[in-house]
Each structure stands twice: as structure tokens, then as C-alpha cells.
Ligand binder design. Structure first.
Ligand SMILES: Nc1ncnc2c1ncn2[C@@H]1O[C@H](COP(=O)(O)OP(=O)(O)OP(=O)(O)O)[C@@H](O)[C@H]1O
Ligand SMILES: [Mg+2]
Length: 243
């Protein structure tokens, strides 16, 4: 398990390009422990690229990434629960065995069957546990992907648009669960396009063309506009115009 001191994530001056396309451009970000931290920004802003870098799937061309007080490594990757933007599930396995696969990969012991049941109940798929993934709806696959990320109770969760395609009731259930996790010390980084998610986050970063253009609590970001009643959308536009 990674060190217990320092922020959950520290990114300093990171550049990353896909071929000639600059996706992260001198990006810096600090994510404290025990908060839900929202990454907001338009399509192509670099949210998924940043999350994949935090998981350890991409290496920075320049700059540094520290996870739970240590340089990013296979060891820190074991402390992360990752839900990709596009669910990566095993079509040949049942709902139960997809989650169980992740539980085994993270070496859960005797508690494994109970944890698999707990997370499948949380995402409302316990009754569907014997079904093939191919028979699930899009939103159900999304929920299963989240169950796989949660099963080993990691101290850092990286969730790439986890609420897309979820019905409002389940979205509320998830946010309640996330609040329980953060108050127990888990850090959750969530990318999203919805202001509903943003309002649930303790802290936010606005991303644009591979850079963080503002970071703070939702209230701080709204207040920065100097306008009474400003929404988070107003705040985003305000920071875009600040340049
Ligand atoms: N595998 C890839 N190969 C080449 N370019 C890529 C690849 N993945 C992303 N990009 C490019 O990198 C930039 C950042 O993409 P990224 O997926 O990080 O954005 P995002 O903020 O997650 O967007 P969205 O809100 O649409 O998910 C975009 O210009 C995108 O086209
Ligand atoms: Mg993305």
C-alpha cells in the first residue's frame, strides 16, 4: 500500500502528445485526500488522457506524477480503482465473474465473495449476476464497470464519466455512496460534463486544451466571476475568457 502522507494526486508541469497532437500542455494539479474531485472541460480537453496517465497507462513526456505520495508505478496502480470512459468488460464472462475477476486480480482473500455481492447490490445488478454481459443494457454495463472499479476498496478512485447513461435514482445512490467513501478518506477523481455531478464535488478543476484553467470548490469558482447567482457554467466561461 502506498504512503499515507501527502495529497492523493500531485501532477506537475505534465506534457503529453499523441503523435503531433498535444493533449496535455504543462498541466499541474493537486488533489487532496478524502474529496470528490471533478474534472470538467469540453470534448478533447484532456480529461481521459490525464486519468489514463494517473492510472499509469500513459507516461508524461515531461513533468511528474505522484500518486498517494509516491511516483507513479505498478505499486501505486494497485491502489487505484479505474473505471474507463468506455466499459472494458469480458463479454465471455457473466456479470458475477467480471467483478470476481477484478477481485482476484487485486488478491482479495476470504472476503472476496462478500465484496463481490456488496458491489453488485450497490449497482443494482445482483439479480442479474448470472447473465452474460452481452445481455445487459448500456447503462447496466456502465454500472458493472463501476462495480469492477470499487470491488477492492482502493484509496484512490479514477472514474471517467461514471454517471453517463445512469438513471436519476441510481445517480443519486452513487453520489450517496461516494460521499460515504470520501468521508472515510478515499479520494475520487471524476470526469463529467454535467453540472449536477460538479455540484456534488468538493473540488473542481476546469480543463481546456490540455491545461487547468481554474481549480477550487464550486462556491469559490462561482464567486470568482463576481456575479451574484453565477452558475458553474458561467464560471467556466469566465475562466475561458480570462485566457
Ligand atoms: N488514442 C489517441 N490517439 C490520438 N489522439 C488521441 C487519442 N486519445 C485522445 N486523443 C486526442 O487527445 C485530445 C484529448 O483527448 P481526451 O480523450 O483526453 O479528451 P477528453 O477531455 O476526455 O474528451 P471527452 O469529453 O470527449 O471524453 C483530443 O484532441 C483527442 O482527439
Ligand atoms: Mg474523455
Amino acid at each position: 500500500m502506498a504512503a499515507q502522507v501527502g495529497p492523493a494526486v500531485e501532477v506537475r508541469g505534465v506534457d503529453f502528445s499523441y503523435g503531433g497532437l498535444r493533449a496535455l500542455d504543462g498541466l499541474s494539479l493537486t488533489v487532496p485526500r478524502g474529496v470528490s474531485f471533478g474534472l470538467l472541460g469540453p470534448n478533447g480537453a484532456g480529461k481521459t488522457t490525464l486519468i489514463r496517465m494517473l492510472v499509469g497507462l500513459l507516461r508524461p513526456w515531461r513533468g511528474t506524477v505522484r500518486i498517494l505520495g509516491e511516483p507513479s508505478s505498478p505499486r501505486t496502480a494497485a491502489s487505484i480503482g479505474y473505471m474507463p470512459q468506455l466499459p472494458a468488460l469480458y463479454a465471455e464472462l457473466s456479470v458475477f465473474h467480471n467483478v470476481d475477476f477484478f477481485a482476484r486480480m487485486y488478491s482479495l482473500g476470504n472476503e472476496r465473495p462478500q465484496r463481490v455481492e456488496e458491489v453488485l447490490r450497490l449497482v443494482g445488478l445482483w439479480e442479474r449476476r448470472r447473465d452474460s454481459v452481452l445481455h445487459l443494457s448500456g447503462g447496466m454495463r456502465q454500472r458493472l464497470s463501476l462495480a469492477c472499479a470499487l470491488v477492492h476498496q482502493p484509496p484512490l478512485l479514477l472514474l471517467d464519466e461514471p454517471t453517463v447513461g445512469l438513471d436519476p435514482e441510481l445517480r443519486a445512490t452513487f453520489w450517496e455512496h461516494f460521499r460515504g467513501l470520501t468521508s472515510a478518506g478515499t479520494a475520487i477523481i471524476i470526469s463529467s460534463h454535467t453540472m449536477d455531478d460538479a455540484a456534488h464535488c468538493g473540488e473542481l478543476a476546469f480543463l481546456r486544451v490540455g491545461r487547468v484553467i481554474a481549480q477550487g470548490t464550486p462556491a469559490q469558482l462561482r464567486a470568482a466571476t463576481g456575479r451574484e447567482g453565477a452558475t458553474l457554467e458561467d464560471a467556466f466561461l469566465y475562466f475561458v475568457r480570462q485566457g
